[in-house]
Design a protein around this ligand. Structure first.
Ligand code: GLU
Length: 492
Protein backbone atom coordinates (compact mmCIF):
# COMPACT_ATOMS: atom_id res chain seq x y z
CA UNK A 1 0.00 0.00 0.00
CA UNK A 2 1.24 3.47 -0.75
CA UNK A 3 1.82 5.81 2.17
CA UNK A 4 -1.13 6.50 4.43
CA UNK A 5 -1.81 10.22 4.54
CA UNK A 6 -4.83 11.60 6.35
CA UNK A 7 -5.94 15.06 7.31
CA UNK A 8 -8.19 17.08 9.53
CA UNK A 9 -9.61 20.05 7.66
CA UNK A 10 -11.47 22.36 10.02
CA UNK A 11 -13.14 25.56 8.91
CA UNK A 12 -12.19 28.35 11.30
CA UNK A 13 -15.71 29.64 11.86
CA UNK A 14 -15.61 28.75 15.55
CA UNK A 15 -13.38 27.33 18.25
CA UNK A 16 -12.33 23.69 17.80
CA UNK A 17 -15.49 21.65 18.39
CA UNK A 18 -15.23 18.48 20.44
CA UNK A 19 -16.72 16.58 17.46
CA UNK A 20 -13.96 17.87 15.19
CA UNK A 21 -11.49 16.84 17.89
CA UNK A 22 -12.87 13.31 17.68
CA UNK A 23 -12.51 13.30 13.88
CA UNK A 24 -8.97 14.66 14.27
CA UNK A 25 -8.18 11.95 16.82
CA UNK A 26 -9.46 9.12 14.62
CA UNK A 27 -7.40 10.42 11.71
CA UNK A 28 -4.37 10.77 13.96
CA UNK A 29 -4.83 7.23 15.33
CA UNK A 30 -5.24 5.82 11.84
CA UNK A 31 -2.02 7.56 10.75
CA UNK A 32 -0.10 6.32 13.81
CA UNK A 33 -1.37 2.78 13.39
CA UNK A 34 -0.28 2.73 9.74
CA UNK A 35 2.99 4.66 10.01
CA UNK A 36 1.33 7.39 8.04
CA UNK A 37 1.16 11.18 8.13
CA UNK A 38 -1.45 13.36 9.81
CA UNK A 39 -2.01 16.70 8.14
CA UNK A 40 -3.80 19.84 9.30
CA UNK A 41 -5.48 22.02 6.70
CA UNK A 42 -7.35 25.17 7.59
CA UNK A 43 -10.32 25.54 5.23
CA UNK A 44 -10.89 29.27 5.23
CA UNK A 45 -12.27 29.85 1.76
CA UNK A 46 -15.32 31.54 3.26
CA UNK A 47 -13.61 34.74 4.37
CA UNK A 48 -16.71 36.19 6.01
CA UNK A 49 -17.12 33.34 8.51
CA UNK A 50 -13.43 33.03 9.27
CA UNK A 51 -11.29 34.65 11.93
CA UNK A 52 -7.66 34.42 12.98
CA UNK A 53 -8.71 33.95 16.61
CA UNK A 54 -10.49 30.73 15.61
CA UNK A 55 -7.47 29.57 13.62
CA UNK A 56 -5.29 30.10 16.70
CA UNK A 57 -7.83 28.30 18.87
CA UNK A 58 -7.82 25.28 16.52
CA UNK A 59 -4.03 25.26 16.57
CA UNK A 60 -3.76 25.48 20.33
CA UNK A 61 -6.53 22.98 21.03
CA UNK A 62 -5.07 20.31 18.74
CA UNK A 63 -1.67 20.78 20.32
CA UNK A 64 -3.12 20.65 23.83
CA UNK A 65 -4.78 17.35 22.94
CA UNK A 66 -1.45 16.02 21.69
CA UNK A 67 -2.71 15.79 18.11
CA UNK A 68 0.40 17.22 16.51
CA UNK A 69 0.40 17.31 12.75
CA UNK A 70 3.27 16.06 10.66
CA UNK A 71 3.82 18.58 7.92
CA UNK A 72 3.01 21.98 6.52
CA UNK A 73 4.87 25.22 5.81
CA UNK A 74 7.78 25.61 8.22
CA UNK A 75 7.18 28.43 10.69
CA UNK A 76 10.47 28.54 12.51
CA UNK A 77 11.18 25.04 13.65
CA UNK A 78 7.62 23.79 13.66
CA UNK A 79 5.00 23.13 11.06
CA UNK A 80 2.26 25.56 10.36
CA UNK A 81 -0.91 24.14 8.91
CA UNK A 82 -1.75 24.30 5.23
CA UNK A 83 -4.17 27.15 4.77
CA UNK A 84 -6.50 27.34 1.79
CA UNK A 85 -6.53 31.13 1.59
CA UNK A 86 -2.78 30.99 0.99
CA UNK A 87 -3.28 28.58 -1.88
CA UNK A 88 -5.69 30.64 -3.98
CA UNK A 89 -3.28 30.74 -6.92
CA UNK A 90 -3.45 26.94 -7.20
CA UNK A 91 -7.20 26.49 -7.71
CA UNK A 92 -7.87 28.33 -11.04
CA UNK A 93 -5.51 26.08 -13.00
CA UNK A 94 -7.68 23.02 -12.47
CA UNK A 95 -10.83 25.00 -13.15
CA UNK A 96 -9.43 25.73 -16.58
CA UNK A 97 -8.75 22.04 -17.16
CA UNK A 98 -12.35 21.18 -16.25
CA UNK A 99 -13.67 23.93 -18.53
CA UNK A 100 -11.44 22.82 -21.40
CA UNK A 101 -12.60 19.22 -21.09
CA UNK A 102 -16.27 20.08 -20.73
CA UNK A 103 -16.60 18.94 -17.12
CA UNK A 104 -17.44 22.47 -16.05
CA UNK A 105 -19.15 25.50 -17.57
CA UNK A 106 -19.65 29.17 -16.88
CA UNK A 107 -22.94 30.13 -15.31
CA UNK A 108 -24.19 33.69 -15.60
CA UNK A 109 -27.42 33.28 -13.66
CA UNK A 110 -28.10 36.02 -11.15
CA UNK A 111 -29.09 35.26 -7.55
CA UNK A 112 -32.62 36.44 -8.45
CA UNK A 113 -32.87 34.03 -11.38
CA UNK A 114 -31.68 31.15 -9.22
CA UNK A 115 -34.12 32.11 -6.49
CA UNK A 116 -36.95 32.04 -9.02
CA UNK A 117 -35.92 28.52 -10.11
CA UNK A 118 -35.95 27.37 -6.50
CA UNK A 119 -39.37 28.86 -5.88
CA UNK A 120 -40.72 27.13 -8.96
CA UNK A 121 -39.40 23.79 -7.70
CA UNK A 122 -40.94 24.34 -4.28
CA UNK A 123 -44.24 25.24 -5.92
CA UNK A 124 -44.17 21.97 -7.86
CA UNK A 125 -43.07 20.07 -4.74
CA UNK A 126 -39.85 19.00 -6.44
CA UNK A 127 -36.36 18.80 -4.97
CA UNK A 128 -34.40 21.64 -6.51
CA UNK A 129 -31.62 20.96 -8.99
CA UNK A 130 -30.09 23.65 -11.16
CA UNK A 131 -31.77 23.89 -14.58
CA UNK A 132 -28.49 23.78 -16.54
CA UNK A 133 -29.69 26.92 -18.28
CA UNK A 134 -26.09 28.01 -18.91
CA UNK A 135 -24.68 24.63 -19.93
CA UNK A 136 -24.70 25.26 -23.63
CA UNK A 137 -24.29 29.01 -24.01
CA UNK A 138 -22.50 30.01 -27.19
CA UNK A 139 -19.42 32.23 -27.11
CA UNK A 140 -21.58 35.06 -28.47
CA UNK A 141 -24.16 34.70 -25.76
CA UNK A 142 -21.46 34.65 -23.13
CA UNK A 143 -19.84 37.76 -24.56
CA UNK A 144 -23.17 39.54 -24.47
CA UNK A 145 -23.75 38.62 -20.82
CA UNK A 146 -20.23 39.74 -19.97
CA UNK A 147 -20.88 43.05 -21.69
CA UNK A 148 -23.87 43.49 -19.36
CA UNK A 149 -21.36 43.36 -16.51
CA UNK A 150 -22.21 39.84 -15.40
CA UNK A 151 -19.40 37.78 -13.95
CA UNK A 152 -19.77 34.02 -14.29
CA UNK A 153 -19.55 31.41 -11.59
CA UNK A 154 -18.22 28.00 -12.64
CA UNK A 155 -20.46 24.97 -12.32
CA UNK A 156 -19.44 21.33 -12.37
CA UNK A 157 -21.24 19.22 -14.97
CA UNK A 158 -22.38 16.24 -12.90
CA UNK A 159 -24.01 14.16 -15.64
CA UNK A 160 -21.06 14.64 -17.97
CA UNK A 161 -18.58 13.34 -15.39
CA UNK A 162 -20.87 10.53 -14.28
CA UNK A 163 -21.31 9.36 -17.87
CA UNK A 164 -17.62 9.53 -18.60
CA UNK A 165 -16.66 7.23 -15.74
CA UNK A 166 -19.71 5.13 -14.84
CA UNK A 167 -22.21 2.90 -16.63
CA UNK A 168 -25.34 4.36 -15.10
CA UNK A 169 -26.33 7.37 -13.03
CA UNK A 170 -25.61 5.41 -9.85
CA UNK A 171 -22.37 6.27 -8.10
CA UNK A 172 -21.14 3.80 -5.53
CA UNK A 173 -18.21 3.79 -3.12
CA UNK A 174 -16.98 1.45 -0.43
CA UNK A 175 -16.94 3.36 2.85
CA UNK A 176 -14.30 2.30 5.39
CA UNK A 177 -16.83 2.57 8.20
CA UNK A 178 -20.24 2.16 6.60
CA UNK A 179 -19.58 -0.32 3.83
CA UNK A 180 -21.02 0.15 0.33
CA UNK A 181 -22.91 3.42 -0.20
CA UNK A 182 -24.48 4.70 -3.40
CA UNK A 183 -26.48 7.57 -4.81
CA UNK A 184 -28.30 8.45 -8.00
CA UNK A 185 -26.27 11.37 -9.34
CA UNK A 186 -29.26 12.61 -11.35
CA UNK A 187 -30.38 14.05 -8.03
CA UNK A 188 -27.25 16.16 -7.75
CA UNK A 189 -27.60 19.49 -9.48
CA UNK A 190 -24.65 21.01 -11.29
CA UNK A 191 -23.01 22.69 -8.34
CA UNK A 192 -20.81 25.77 -8.22
CA UNK A 193 -17.11 25.05 -7.88
CA UNK A 194 -15.89 28.62 -8.21
CA UNK A 195 -17.88 31.66 -7.24
CA UNK A 196 -18.17 34.69 -9.51
CA UNK A 197 -15.65 36.49 -7.28
CA UNK A 198 -13.07 33.79 -8.04
CA UNK A 199 -13.27 32.05 -4.66
CA UNK A 200 -13.25 28.25 -4.84
CA UNK A 201 -16.10 26.49 -3.04
CA UNK A 202 -15.56 23.83 -0.39
CA UNK A 203 -16.31 20.78 -2.57
CA UNK A 204 -13.85 21.90 -5.20
CA UNK A 205 -10.97 23.20 -3.04
CA UNK A 206 -11.13 20.10 -0.87
CA UNK A 207 -10.56 17.83 -3.88
CA UNK A 208 -7.67 19.86 -5.24
CA UNK A 209 -6.03 19.90 -1.83
CA UNK A 210 -6.67 16.26 -1.02
CA UNK A 211 -5.26 15.32 -4.41
CA UNK A 212 -2.20 17.56 -4.25
CA UNK A 213 -1.52 16.59 -0.63
CA UNK A 214 -1.80 12.95 -1.69
CA UNK A 215 -4.41 12.19 0.94
CA UNK A 216 -4.98 8.44 0.89
CA UNK A 217 -7.92 8.23 3.30
CA UNK A 218 -10.56 10.84 4.05
CA UNK A 219 -12.07 10.18 7.50
CA UNK A 220 -14.77 12.63 8.56
CA UNK A 221 -18.32 13.01 9.84
CA UNK A 222 -21.23 11.34 8.05
CA UNK A 223 -22.73 14.78 7.42
CA UNK A 224 -20.27 14.90 4.53
CA UNK A 225 -21.54 11.77 2.73
CA UNK A 226 -23.56 13.81 0.22
CA UNK A 227 -20.43 15.86 -0.53
CA UNK A 228 -18.40 12.71 -1.11
CA UNK A 229 -20.33 11.88 -4.31
CA UNK A 230 -19.61 15.33 -5.70
CA UNK A 231 -15.98 15.08 -4.70
CA UNK A 232 -15.48 11.64 -6.24
CA UNK A 233 -16.74 12.99 -9.57
CA UNK A 234 -14.29 15.92 -9.45
CA UNK A 235 -11.40 13.58 -8.58
CA UNK A 236 -12.32 11.45 -11.57
CA UNK A 237 -12.85 14.35 -13.95
CA UNK A 238 -9.38 15.66 -13.13
CA UNK A 239 -7.78 12.23 -13.45
CA UNK A 240 -6.73 12.16 -9.81
CA UNK A 241 -6.64 8.98 -7.78
CA UNK A 242 -9.77 8.80 -5.62
CA UNK A 243 -8.93 8.37 -1.91
CA UNK A 244 -10.74 5.89 0.35
CA UNK A 245 -13.51 7.50 2.37
CA UNK A 246 -14.67 6.69 5.89
CA UNK A 247 -17.63 8.42 7.49
CA UNK A 248 -18.09 8.49 11.24
CA UNK A 249 -21.46 8.54 12.98
CA UNK A 250 -22.48 11.81 14.55
CA UNK A 251 -22.07 12.76 18.18
CA UNK A 252 -25.41 13.45 19.85
CA UNK A 253 -26.30 14.99 23.19
CA UNK A 254 -27.80 12.75 25.91
CA UNK A 255 -31.27 13.88 24.75
CA UNK A 256 -30.33 12.63 21.24
CA UNK A 257 -30.45 16.06 19.67
CA UNK A 258 -27.46 17.70 18.04
CA UNK A 259 -24.79 18.47 20.64
CA UNK A 260 -24.96 22.18 21.31
CA UNK A 261 -24.00 24.78 23.88
CA UNK A 262 -27.24 24.34 25.76
CA UNK A 263 -26.08 20.84 26.75
CA UNK A 264 -22.76 22.08 28.11
CA UNK A 265 -19.38 22.93 26.69
CA UNK A 266 -18.79 21.99 23.05
CA UNK A 267 -15.44 23.64 22.27
CA UNK A 268 -12.30 21.90 23.47
CA UNK A 269 -11.04 25.18 24.97
CA UNK A 270 -14.27 25.56 26.97
CA UNK A 271 -13.88 22.08 28.42
CA UNK A 272 -10.30 22.92 29.39
CA UNK A 273 -11.41 26.23 30.90
CA UNK A 274 -13.98 24.37 33.00
CA UNK A 275 -11.30 22.13 34.40
CA UNK A 276 -11.24 19.06 32.17
CA UNK A 277 -7.86 17.52 31.50
CA UNK A 278 -6.92 17.06 27.85
CA UNK A 279 -5.86 13.46 28.58
CA UNK A 280 -9.40 12.73 29.80
CA UNK A 281 -10.94 14.47 26.79
CA UNK A 282 -8.83 12.45 24.35
CA UNK A 283 -9.63 9.17 26.10
CA UNK A 284 -13.32 10.02 26.26
CA UNK A 285 -13.74 11.06 22.61
CA UNK A 286 -11.84 7.96 21.47
CA UNK A 287 -14.69 5.93 22.96
CA UNK A 288 -17.29 7.77 20.89
CA UNK A 289 -17.63 5.12 18.21
CA UNK A 290 -14.67 2.94 19.09
CA UNK A 291 -14.22 0.29 21.78
CA UNK A 292 -10.93 -1.15 23.06
CA UNK A 293 -10.45 -4.86 22.36
CA UNK A 294 -9.76 -5.67 26.04
CA UNK A 295 -12.75 -3.70 27.30
CA UNK A 296 -10.44 -1.51 29.41
CA UNK A 297 -11.75 2.00 28.80
CA UNK A 298 -9.11 4.08 30.53
CA UNK A 299 -6.24 4.26 28.07
CA UNK A 300 -3.54 6.67 27.00
CA UNK A 301 -3.50 7.92 23.42
CA UNK A 302 -0.44 5.73 22.73
CA UNK A 303 -2.23 2.58 23.91
CA UNK A 304 -5.34 3.52 21.96
CA UNK A 305 -3.24 4.00 18.81
CA UNK A 306 -1.87 0.45 19.15
CA UNK A 307 -5.36 -1.02 19.37
CA UNK A 308 -7.22 1.25 16.92
CA UNK A 309 -8.74 -0.18 13.75
CA UNK A 310 -10.85 2.06 11.53
CA UNK A 311 -13.02 -0.81 10.28
CA UNK A 312 -14.05 -1.50 13.86
CA UNK A 313 -15.41 1.99 14.34
CA UNK A 314 -19.14 1.94 14.82
CA UNK A 315 -21.17 3.43 12.01
CA UNK A 316 -23.95 4.57 14.30
CA UNK A 317 -24.24 7.77 16.25
CA UNK A 318 -22.63 8.13 19.68
CA UNK A 319 -24.09 9.78 22.72
CA UNK A 320 -21.96 12.33 24.47
CA UNK A 321 -22.38 11.38 28.13
CA UNK A 322 -21.17 14.35 30.13
CA UNK A 323 -21.43 12.25 33.30
CA UNK A 324 -19.05 9.69 31.94
CA UNK A 325 -16.62 12.40 30.91
CA UNK A 326 -16.77 13.82 34.43
CA UNK A 327 -16.08 10.40 35.90
CA UNK A 328 -13.15 9.94 33.56
CA UNK A 329 -11.83 13.38 34.41
CA UNK A 330 -11.85 12.65 38.13
CA UNK A 331 -9.89 9.51 37.38
CA UNK A 332 -7.30 11.42 35.36
CA UNK A 333 -7.00 14.07 38.07
CA UNK A 334 -6.05 11.33 40.52
CA UNK A 335 -3.48 9.93 38.09
CA UNK A 336 -1.83 13.27 37.33
CA UNK A 337 1.71 13.68 38.73
CA UNK A 338 1.37 15.84 41.87
CA UNK A 339 3.72 18.53 40.64
CA UNK A 340 1.68 19.02 37.48
CA UNK A 341 -1.58 18.95 39.41
CA UNK A 342 -0.42 21.65 41.82
CA UNK A 343 0.56 23.90 38.94
CA UNK A 344 -2.65 23.30 36.99
CA UNK A 345 -4.83 24.05 40.02
CA UNK A 346 -3.31 27.50 40.56
CA UNK A 347 -5.31 28.83 37.62
CA UNK A 348 -8.51 28.14 39.58
CA UNK A 349 -7.25 29.75 42.79
CA UNK A 350 -6.60 33.28 41.58
CA UNK A 351 -9.42 34.66 43.72
CA UNK A 352 -7.44 33.71 46.84
CA UNK A 353 -4.31 35.21 48.25
CA UNK A 354 -2.02 32.24 47.75
CA UNK A 355 0.75 34.02 49.62
CA UNK A 356 -1.16 33.26 52.82
CA UNK A 357 0.32 29.79 52.47
CA UNK A 358 3.91 28.64 52.30
CA UNK A 359 4.77 26.34 49.42
CA UNK A 360 4.78 23.42 51.79
CA UNK A 361 1.33 24.35 53.12
CA UNK A 362 0.00 24.78 49.60
CA UNK A 363 1.27 21.33 48.62
CA UNK A 364 -0.22 19.79 51.74
CA UNK A 365 -3.53 21.51 51.09
CA UNK A 366 -3.64 20.02 47.58
CA UNK A 367 -2.66 16.61 48.99
CA UNK A 368 -5.76 16.53 51.17
CA UNK A 369 -8.27 18.10 48.80
CA UNK A 370 -7.65 16.78 45.27
CA UNK A 371 -9.14 13.30 45.53
CA UNK A 372 -12.83 14.18 45.40
CA UNK A 373 -12.36 16.67 42.54
CA UNK A 374 -14.33 15.99 39.38
CA UNK A 375 -13.15 19.10 37.58
CA UNK A 376 -9.99 21.03 38.32
CA UNK A 377 -12.23 24.04 38.87
CA UNK A 378 -13.91 22.27 41.81
CA UNK A 379 -10.81 23.17 43.78
CA UNK A 380 -12.00 26.80 44.04
CA UNK A 381 -14.81 25.82 46.39
CA UNK A 382 -13.02 22.87 47.97
CA UNK A 383 -10.29 25.00 49.53
CA UNK A 384 -12.11 28.23 50.33
CA UNK A 385 -11.79 27.76 54.09
CA UNK A 386 -8.01 27.61 53.93
CA UNK A 387 -8.05 31.32 53.23
CA UNK A 388 -9.32 34.30 55.19
CA UNK A 389 -7.11 34.02 58.27
CA UNK A 390 -9.12 34.00 61.48
CA UNK A 391 -12.45 34.42 59.68
CA UNK A 392 -14.53 31.84 57.91
CA UNK A 393 -17.98 31.81 56.40
CA UNK A 394 -20.31 29.34 58.13
CA UNK A 395 -22.85 27.50 55.99
CA UNK A 396 -26.34 26.62 57.15
CA UNK A 397 -25.72 23.03 58.15
CA UNK A 398 -22.58 23.92 60.04
CA UNK A 399 -24.44 26.70 61.83
CA UNK A 400 -27.17 24.27 62.91
CA UNK A 401 -24.47 22.02 64.27
CA UNK A 402 -22.80 24.90 66.09
CA UNK A 403 -26.13 25.84 67.65
CA UNK A 404 -26.29 22.59 69.59
CA UNK A 405 -25.36 22.38 73.22
CA UNK A 406 -22.99 19.54 72.48
CA UNK A 407 -21.00 21.61 69.99
CA UNK A 408 -20.79 24.58 72.30
CA UNK A 409 -19.55 22.32 75.06
CA UNK A 410 -16.91 20.78 72.79
CA UNK A 411 -15.72 24.14 71.45
CA UNK A 412 -15.36 25.69 74.87
CA UNK A 413 -13.09 22.85 75.98
CA UNK A 414 -11.28 22.86 72.67
CA UNK A 415 -10.24 26.52 72.83
CA UNK A 416 -9.19 26.16 76.42
CA UNK A 417 -7.08 23.06 75.97
CA UNK A 418 -5.71 23.65 72.51
CA UNK A 419 -4.12 26.90 73.61
CA UNK A 420 -1.32 24.77 75.10
CA UNK A 421 -0.92 22.30 72.25
CA UNK A 422 2.11 22.20 70.06
CA UNK A 423 0.67 22.84 66.59
CA UNK A 424 2.20 20.12 64.42
CA UNK A 425 0.32 17.50 62.42
CA UNK A 426 1.74 14.71 64.52
CA UNK A 427 0.92 16.27 67.83
CA UNK A 428 -2.51 17.48 66.76
CA UNK A 429 -3.31 13.97 65.67
CA UNK A 430 -2.56 12.65 69.12
CA UNK A 431 -4.15 15.48 71.05
CA UNK A 432 -7.39 15.35 69.11
CA UNK A 433 -7.61 11.60 69.57
CA UNK A 434 -7.29 12.07 73.35
CA UNK A 435 -9.73 14.96 73.24
CA UNK A 436 -12.38 12.84 71.50
CA UNK A 437 -11.80 9.88 73.79
CA UNK A 438 -12.21 12.05 76.86
CA UNK A 439 -15.56 13.44 75.70
CA UNK A 440 -16.72 9.96 74.93
CA UNK A 441 -15.67 8.70 78.30
CA UNK A 442 -16.94 11.61 80.36
CA UNK A 443 -20.09 12.61 78.54
CA UNK A 444 -20.79 9.84 76.06
CA UNK A 445 -20.41 12.15 73.02
CA UNK A 446 -19.66 10.13 69.93
CA UNK A 447 -16.22 11.04 68.51
CA UNK A 448 -17.74 12.06 65.19
CA UNK A 449 -19.92 14.72 66.90
CA UNK A 450 -16.92 16.07 68.73
CA UNK A 451 -15.09 16.44 65.43
CA UNK A 452 -18.12 17.92 63.68
CA UNK A 453 -18.20 20.70 66.22
CA UNK A 454 -14.57 21.58 65.56
CA UNK A 455 -14.92 21.18 61.81
CA UNK A 456 -18.06 23.33 61.69
CA UNK A 457 -16.36 26.12 63.63
CA UNK A 458 -13.02 26.04 61.84
CA UNK A 459 -14.07 25.33 58.24
CA UNK A 460 -17.69 26.53 58.30
CA UNK A 461 -18.80 23.16 56.85
CA UNK A 462 -19.58 19.66 57.99
CA UNK A 463 -17.56 17.93 55.29
CA UNK A 464 -14.13 18.63 54.02
CA UNK A 465 -10.51 17.63 54.03
CA UNK A 466 -8.62 15.85 56.79
CA UNK A 467 -9.23 17.89 59.96
CA UNK A 468 -5.83 17.45 61.57
CA UNK A 469 -3.99 18.59 58.45
CA UNK A 470 -6.45 21.42 57.95
CA UNK A 471 -5.82 22.70 61.48
CA UNK A 472 -2.08 22.38 60.97
CA UNK A 473 -2.20 24.38 57.75
CA UNK A 474 -4.42 27.09 59.23
CA UNK A 475 -2.14 27.46 62.25
CA UNK A 476 -3.00 27.76 65.90
CA UNK A 477 -3.94 31.40 65.91
CA UNK A 478 -6.40 31.26 63.02
CA UNK A 479 -7.90 27.94 64.08
CA UNK A 480 -8.58 29.08 67.61
CA UNK A 481 -9.85 32.46 66.50
CA UNK A 482 -12.44 30.71 64.37
CA UNK A 483 -13.35 28.33 67.19
CA UNK A 484 -13.81 31.25 69.57
CA UNK A 485 -15.93 33.15 67.08
CA UNK A 486 -18.24 30.14 66.85
CA UNK A 487 -18.75 30.14 70.57
CA UNK A 488 -19.65 33.79 70.61
CA UNK A 489 -22.14 33.68 67.75
CA UNK A 490 -23.88 30.49 68.76
CA UNK A 491 -27.46 30.62 70.05
CA UNK A 492 -27.44 28.30 73.03
N1 GLU B 1 -13.96 22.13 6.25
C1 GLU B 1 -14.83 21.00 6.33
C2 GLU B 1 -15.52 20.99 7.67
O1 GLU B 1 -15.06 21.65 8.58
C3 GLU B 1 -13.99 19.76 6.14
C4 GLU B 1 -14.74 18.56 5.82
C5 GLU B 1 -13.80 17.50 5.27
O2 GLU B 1 -13.17 16.84 6.10
O3 GLU B 1 -13.70 17.38 4.09
O4 GLU B 1 -16.55 20.38 7.84
Amino acid sequence: MSEVRVRIAPSPSGNLHIGTARTALFNYLFAKKNNGKFILRIEDTDAERTSQAYVDNIFDSLKALGLNWDEGPDVGGEYGPYTQSQRFDIYPKYIQKLLDEGFAYECFCTPEELEAEKEEATKNKKAYVYSKKCENLTEEEKAKLRAEGRKPAIRFNVAKAQKAFHDSSILEFDDLVKGKLHMDTDLIGDFVIMKSNGAPTYNYAVVIDDALMKISHVIRGEDHISNTYKQILIFEALGFEVPRFGHLGMILAPDRSKLSKRHGATAVSDFVEQGYLTEALVNFVALLGWAPSDGEEIKSIEKIAEDFRINEVSSSNSIFEYDKLRWMNSHYIKMLPKEELREKLKKYLIKYNLSELTEEQYNRMVDITYEPLTLLSDITDAVSYFFGGGNVEIDEKAQAELDTELSQDVLKSFVEQAEDWEWSEENLHEKLADFRAKFKEEKGYKPKFTMWAIRAAVTGRLCGADMVVTLAILGKENSLKRARAAIKTAVV
